[in-house]
Ligand binder design. Sequence first.
Ligand SMILES: Cc1cc2nc3c(=O)[nH]c(=O)nc-3n(C[C@H](O)[C@H](O)[C@H](O)COP(=O)(O)OP(=O)(O)OC[C@H]3O[C@@H](n4cnc5c(N)ncnc54)[C@H](O)[C@@H]3O)c2cc1C
Ligand SMILES: Cc1cc2nc3c(=O)[nH]c(=O)nc-3n(C[C@H](O)[C@H](O)[C@H](O)COP(=O)(O)O)c2cc1C
Length: 749
Amino acid sequence: MRIVGLGAGPANLYASILFRKAFPDCSVVLHERNREDDTFGFGVVFSDETLGHFKDADPESFAAITARFARWTDIDTWFRGEWTVSTGHGFCGLARVELLKILGERARALGVDIRYGTEITDPTTVPDADLVLCGDGVASAVRTKWADMFRPTVTQGKARFAWLGTTKPLKAFTFVFAPTEHGPFAVHAYPYRTSPTPLSTWIVECHEDTWRKSGLDRCDEPETKRRMEALFEPWLDGHPLLINRSIWRSFPTVTCERWNHGKYVLLGDASHTAHFSIGSGTKLAMEDAIALVDAFKVHGTKDVPKTLDAFTTARRPETLKLQKAAKTSREWFENVARYEGQSATQFTFNLMTRSRRITYGNLAKRDPALVDRTARAFALAAGLAVTADGPVVPPVFTPFRLRDMTVPNRFVVSPMCQYSAKDGTPDDWHLVHLGSRAVGGAGLLIAEATAVTPDGRITPGCTGLWNDAHEAAWKRVVDFVHGHSASKIGIQIGHAGAKASCRLLWEGGAPLAAPDAWPTIGVTSTPFNTGDPAPRAVDRADMDRLVEAFMLAARRADRAGFDLLELHMAHGYLLSSFLSPLSNTRTDAYGGTLENRMRFPLEIAERVRAVWPAAKPLSVRLSASDWLDEAGGQTVEDSIVIAAALKARGVDVIDVSSAGNSLKSKPEYGRMYQASFADAIRHGAGVPVIAVGGISDGDQANTLLAAGACDLVAIARAHLGDPYLALHAAAGLPPGTVAWPKQYLAVRR
Ligand SMILES: Cc1cc2nc3c(=O)[nH]c(=O)nc-3n(C[C@H](O)[C@H](O)[C@H](O)COP(=O)(O)OP(=O)(O)OC[C@H]3O[C@@H](n4cnc5c(N)ncnc54)[C@H](O)[C@@H]3O)c2cc1C
Ligand SMILES: Cc1cc2nc3c(=O)[nH]c(=O)nc-3n(C[C@H](O)[C@H](O)[C@H](O)COP(=O)(O)O)c2cc1C
């Protein structure tokens, strides 16, 4: 097999080493436009785990890398003048130029022909080859040439960074957060050479606005060096910063729908990038090489395109997972100003768990002292009597107070339609569904989307709260919960708007047909889905009727004994459809600007608050984002404004969900996938929040709570599978952490 490579970065060098080892008959020629010792940047960092993969793939280059690297296990964080050390993290750093040298020498020793100083500007002119390795970096010419095949997306980050170095010797990975009048600057620094002269990487990053306001957009490299030396003078101990093409850039996140085209395959940064804050671009590039050669070992060299398909299919999901973590981490740094008020301990916990790959439980294994300090501070703030060395419960098992309601723990059973009511009346199913989850120990249960009028039901099986029978049936459920558990119970009231009059979930959920269908109302007369029955656009008389219906339902909820009331303003139902610019195209005082779009939902909140008892908390579930920022959808910034306006009208907590107003929305599902919206609203609007979405256990709940991303954690699907989730999460913790039903004490774990 004749292999030609564009570029001699880590991806192509490592791939050629592994190809020559696995297929000694193959020929490999790499074309690299740079000179051999000509490279940007300073050091690269690898985790212990990554090194393990390299050891298995090529022990020789692994030995050379480990012979030259600087190793450390601590992460130092400087925040608000305090220095916090987190231990138990295994990393190593080495100069990028060293890494390229090691890989280059190893490749040449295995017979790879590396032609430095040769640029291939047109990939179609590559001389005869059976396989072309396109490891040509983040600005890949190959990716651009066949963009229609690879279908790349390149998103620029909102921060600016400059990759600098310093002679200051560092003993650990070091984060420095320096506030300035224009916003905070963050440093990501680590050692990569210990002798003869110690050298460290010193990447400076700040939000684009901070960068501009600071005038750094007008600074050349020497001026950047001077300004950054002045800013970080307290940490540099007189050492200079070093420059090497240290221009300010924004981080481009590259993804490609396809990685291969005929005999061409994209590797490393050419096909995907991962923000440097999780230090994994070089790792990804080298692991691509391992996966590519493995694919050829399994699928053979005869049908190159087929083998490349197999490589892409196997490797892409793994990469996407890491890119997702990198995106979460990048956004955390872009928004770091949010956390300026946190204590150094909480901030450090927040920083360590920012990508959500490391959770409370993982971190407790690496650095039990930091997690213990975080838990103690959290419990103390929650009002528990905590001593310096006495027992302490994890954050999710601390109580939380809203007005006069105190929930015993922070697990919330998220509202879930059961489609099992008759004429809106909940029955034994609802009693057992909610009752068993109360017995299961959740601190708060929120009963399903319950319509305030008959036409506001999503399906004929949805519950209602517009008549006495409903009120009495709900009271039976509430009484059971109060009588047999320590849980509190709330109810979500709403109107389905244009999404009403549908079949039950297990009957497909499509709009009902005559004679079962009923006329619907909506923010406009446009149906949610093209071809669905058109709703009638609500007018002011409808709004008056709806305000009354919401107020009546609130009064009934109070009489039924509910502890909390939640207004459903999410998922594209009536109030949600007023908020989103994608669904609300009205031209009157209730459409257009955000102020207009909020008008009716805010009126509902205000009027309901007036009749809902002052001692009881009011919640609002919001769709914080349409996930269509570029298409003009509702953004999290809009939702911060909405949340602040709701707070001003007496709303106590925002239950932060997303999407539902457009079929075009593409939520990035995954673990804790909406938590960053909750975090943004909590800090941006200064209001307590419930996080929800992809949260499956106590460990994830503790992670979000301890980081300060939310106040309560709602779990929906995982609670369907395990009504006793809260009790199970308390396994191994001191008795009394969660209230077990007395009937079940015999099996308490
Ligand atoms: C500020 C910053 C800090 C980073 N820190 C880390 C870190 O700590 N750890 C880490 O693992 N990663 C880090 N990275 C990422 C890392 O540098 C890249 O992810 C990694 O180098 C990707 O390797 P690659 O082989 O895909 O591409 P590259 O290393 O970019 O190599 C591509 C090569 O192709 C050559 N080339 C391009 N086009 C042509 C052509 N037409 N003809 C011939 N040659 C061509 C280029 O000259 C280049 O040498 C960082 C990146 C940045 C920007
Ligand atoms: C069966 C089912 C019914 C749901 N019904 C409602 C509802 O009535 N009101 C609501 O706001 N969300 C509803 N949701 C959304 C959940 O409350 C929750 O936001 C979503 O499932 C994400 O959380 P999870 O990943 O923990 O499941 C429902 C979800 C499911 C699975």
